[in-house]
Structure formats: C-alpha cells, structure tokens
Design a binder for this molecule. Structure first.
Ligand SMILES: NC(=O)c1ccc[n+]([C@@H]2O[C@H](COP(=O)([O-])OP(=O)(O)OC[C@H]3O[C@@H](n4cnc5c(N)ncnc54)[C@H](O)[C@@H]3O)[C@@H](O)[C@H]2O)c1
Ligand SMILES: [Zn+2]
Ligand SMILES: [Zn+2]
Length: 389
C-alpha cells in the first residue's frame, strides 16, 4: 500500500510499504478514507520528540471503512463506516474502565521505553513514535486497529466523512480542555493558540456555556476563524506589549476564569525568555518553549483553572509558585476520544458544531509531503490538511 513515512528530521516521503494484517483476533483492518495533520506531528517532524525510526508511517487522526475483522470482534461488520480515536484503548483495564483510554495499561507494547521518563506508560497511539507504542499510522491506505470493538465507532448517517474525521482528535481534545475548565454561566475562557485544537477548545467552551471566549495567536487569518465561527474576542499577541495586561484590561482587572493552553512545546515568543528557551531547546537542555503555559498561569484569575492541551516534554522555569499562591488548578491529559464520541456526534447532528471549517486543504495522499510543508510553514494559509489515500 502507499503511505506517508518519516525518514528523518523534516524528511517525509510517500512510499510503498507492506499492507497491515490482523495480528490478534480483536483487530480490525480499516481502509482509510480521510486522514488529517495535527500539531502533535510537528513535534517529531522537527526533532523535538524522539523515538521515530526511518520508514515509520505517520498520522493518527482518521476515519474509513472496515475491510476485515478478527474472530473476536463482535460489534462491527465489514463495510461499516467508522472513526477511530487516536489513542488506543483495550476497553478492559482499570484505566479504560474509568474512560481514561489514553492512559490504557495494555496497548503500549513499548511501555519500558516510557516508564523512566513518565513513571508510568501512556496508552499506544498510531504513527507517533516507538515510546508511544510504535504503531503504524493513518496516512496510508490501510490501518490495523487493535481492540476494534473499543476503538472503532460507527458514524451515524447524518454525520459526513469529513465531520467524523475530526472526532478522532481535534474535537475531543478541545472538548476535554473545555470540560477541564468547569465552566459556569458568566465565565470567561481564554485560549492560547488558534490551531485546530485551540479553535475546537474555544468553540466547545462556548457550547458548554462560556459567556466570553478570548483567543490569542499572532495569525489574524486563524483569529478570524475564531471570531466568525464562535464569536470569540481575539488578541494578536504580536501587536500588544503584554498579553497579561491585555487580558486584565478585558476582564476588569480580574483575569480569565480559565485559561487553555493549545500551543505546547513549540511556542513562539519574543524577548529574552524566548531566546533562552530556544537556545536550551537547541542544546537539548530542555525540550520546551513554554511561553503560552507561563502566560496562561500568570493571566488566570485567582482560584481559576489552567487547562493544558499543548504537548510538553521537560519544561524549564515552570512557574509552580504562581499555581500555589493563586490557588490555581492545573488539569491536563492526552485526549480519550472514545469517551466523547456520542456527544460529539450529537453536537454535529444538531448543527451546534461543524468541525469541517478546520479544513484548508484537501489533498491526495500522494501530495502528503507538500501537505506537511504547508501545515508546518504556512500558518496563515493552512489550518488543517486532509489527506485522501
Ligand atoms: N492533549 C492532547 O490530547 C492533544 C491532542 C492534539 C494536539 N495536542 C497538542 O495541541 C497543540 C496544538 O495543536 P494544533 O494542531 O492546534 O497545532 P497548530 O500548530 O496548528 O497550532 C498552534 C498554534 O499556536 C500558535 N502559537 C504559537 N505560539 C503561541 C503563543 N506564544 N501564544 C499564542 N499562540 C501561539 C501558533 O501560531 C498556531 O496557530 C500541540 O502541542 C499538539 O501537540 C494535544
Ligand atoms: Zn492529534
Ligand atoms: Zn485499557
């Protein structure tokens, strides 16, 4: 089959690779109809996240059609149209029982690689390094889905392929981040980052009842999407002296009730702190440029919630004292899309949310290298690239 493969830092290629085959009776093979890019891919593409090997198939957000099921798969049939969350759950461990599928204890065969760094391993994820399980990814014609009964969700008729695609990752990540904020009527939620994740976090915060949503980025094309789609107020951080001052002014001196970081380890910034982080990141003395995380903690009102969706590794100068002295709550996780699936289908079917506004490019898989070049380097023109095998 054809697939988009990682071949080294900033080096991708579409190659012919072996078709996946079922390796246990709970597996299904899915023929991919649509797959999409994610900001998380940029972390290993740029060499910030280690653990990829030449030839690995990348991609973890996808939907498609079941073409084969193992003998123990009960709820699915060949031909079913399904969406698959990016983290893989087993459906029966202690963590899956609590709907913490991304923390599944069973699905990461390379747990030993993660344990020293994290204390405990995460679940497995498609196309996202060997410490995260070494599973082949979704920018391909076919994907093997383990524990298919837990991980394949049949898409209702009223939800289109493209809408379903984003239920794999961008929507549940945003929704999880909004839920972390414990939104009550009258609340103001600020979101750093107007990529696919930040936009879904802002939009679902609105659906959960936030009175005001303020989105922060430096690309007006992305901020415009937030203004138009969910009536957000916006801050272009490159046009203000201080994001914190801007937020204080907008909230009567109090600060937002909750702050969502949808930027992560490759945060852009200005000034000395940014140069310090860049230098340390290049020397591999820290993995993160945590500009957004630091700003979110500083800006958040006392007793508020800092909800972190951006992916981080080792963060230097983490402002712990700010959390203690302001009584902030930090909440963060990798998303467990399985948990949110019925609710997301409802939002879409009722017309409350149409995540397809994230699609700026719809390309054949064969154009995958160009797709990632656009996604990485043209933040103004490119929001999310859909790839069609
Ligand atoms: N927790 C999860 O389960 C999960 C799931 C998906 C993605 N993610 C993470 O979410 C983050 C965002 O993903 P994405 O797909 O939206 O990425 P993206 O690259 O499309 O968007 C990131 C946005 O952040 C903006 N940004 C950079 N520095 C900023 C700053 N200092 N202040 C405000 N905005 C800034 C960029 O301009 C860009 O618009 C990534 O770190 C990704 O790994 C986490
Ligand atoms: Zn993702
Ligand atoms: Zn499990």
């Amino acid at each position: 089959m054809r697939a988009l493969c990682w071949n080294g830092v900033d080096e991708l290629a579409v190659r012919t690779v072996p078709d996946p085959v079922p390796v246990n009776p709970h597996d299904a093979i899915v023929r991919v109809r649509l797959s999409t890019t994610c900001g998380s891919d940029l972390h290993f593409l740029g060499g910030y996240l280690p653990g990829m090997r030449a030839g690995d198939v990348i991609g973890h957000e996808f939907m498609g059609e079941i073409v084969e099921t193992g003998s123990e798969v009960n709820s699915l049939r060949v031909g079913d149209r399904v969406v698959v969350p990016s983290f893989i759950g087993c459906g029966s461990c202690r963590f899956c029982d609590q709907e913490l599928y991304s923390a599944c204890d069973t699905t990461n065969p390379n747990a030993a690689l993660q344990q020293p760094l994290l204390g405990h391993p995460s679940g497995g994820i498609y196309g996202y390094t060997h410490p995260f399980g070494g599973y082949q990814g979704s920018h391909a014609e076919y994907v093997r889905v383990p524990f298919a009964d837990t991980n394949c969700f049949v898409v209702p008729e009223e939800v289109t392929d493209k809408q379903a695609l984003f239920c794999s990752d961008a929507v549940p990540t945003g929704l999880m981040g909004a839920e972390f904020c414990d939104i009550t009527p009258g609340d103001t939620v600020a979101v750093w980052g107007a990529g696919g994740v930040g936009l879904m976090a802002g939009h679902t915060s609105r659906l959960l009842g936030a009175e005001r949503v303020i989105v922060i980025d430096r690309f007006d094309e992305r901020l415009e999407v937030a203004r138009r789609r969910f009536d957000a107020e916006t801050i272009d951080y490159s046009a203000v002296d201080s994001v914190q001052d801007a937020l204080l002014t907008m909230t009567g001196g109090r600060g937002p009730d909750a702050c969502i970081d949808a930027v992560g380890m490759e945060g852009h910034g200005t000034g000395l702190q940014h140069l310090y982080d860049r230098a340390k990141q290049l020397l591999r003395l820290e993995t993160d440029r945590a500009t957004a995380l630091r700003q979110a903690a500083l800006a958040c009102r006392k007793g508020g919630v800092v909800s972190v969706l951006g992916v981080y590794g080792v963060t230097d100068k983490f402002p712990m004292g700010v959390f203690t002295n302001k009584g902030l709550t930090l909440r963060t996780a990798q998303q467990s899309g399985q948990r949110h699936m019925p609710r997301m289908f409802d939002y879409i079917a009722q017309g409350d949310l149409d995540p397809t506004y994230l699609v700026s490019h719809d390309l054949p898989l064969e154009d995958g290298v160009r797709g990632y070049d656009l996604f990485k380097n043209d933040k103004r023109g490119c929001l999310r690239v859909v790839l069609r095998p």
